[in-house]
Design a binder for this molecule. Sequence first.
Ligand code: C5P
Length: 237
Amino acid sequence: PNTSAPLYEGKAKKVFATANPAEYRVQYKDDATAFNAQKRGSWAGKGAVNNAMTAHLFPLLEQAGVPTHFIEQLSDTEQRVKAVTIVPVEVIVRNVAAGSFCKRLGLEEGEPLARPVVEYCYKSDALGDPLINTDTAVALGWASEEDLARIRELALKVRDFLTPYFEQRGVRLIDFKLEFGKLPSGEIVLADEISPDTCRFWDAQTGERLDKDRFRRDLGGEAEAYAEMLRRVTAQV
Ligand code: C5P
């Protein structure tokens, strides 16, 4: 319930300044976009699932040695985070071939990879998040070599924590996207969200897709799939 203009409004979230310059308030929206905003939709409860899943996983990742921007959940759709400068590089980690990786390389979806693959994209809606490499990011001044090495190390740490975490809950973690931010101290921290919007989750038994591909591919049942994923993520196993 804040009526002031956001500092930033993305496709699925708004970020607000707070009385404390070191903190932001993030508000998760029910809106969904795909294919660089050519496809738009919305369903009740999406923002709440993504907020709750991120609020559940980020403290677990902190315990596993991944510093994050997360402070606390404020409401169904809001959380308090540390103010960071976002590194304009989307980091994709893949366990199994799917999505754009298959399109680009002519692979069948579901082909396991012999080792995890980390990919980098330039975070630009106007350009459709083009694939880059770390040389590009350094050459264009988006991050230092050291920052990128740390980002890669943290991205793989996230993967090493999340892959068995989901496996124990009957879910194959196929791939996911992360964003990182920089604190005023220079420390790199995990930012943004980890949710069915940003991960591919396949049911381990049936292969059913429990993520945003239900929306992207017009499979239907997106609200049910998101709710099921939140239930599994928060389940005691
Ligand atoms: O489309 P692609 O196969 O490259 O997506 C890889 C992973 O990154 C998927 O889990 C997808 O949900 C996520 N992703 C994202 N935001 C983007 C691009 C991909 O969350 N802009």
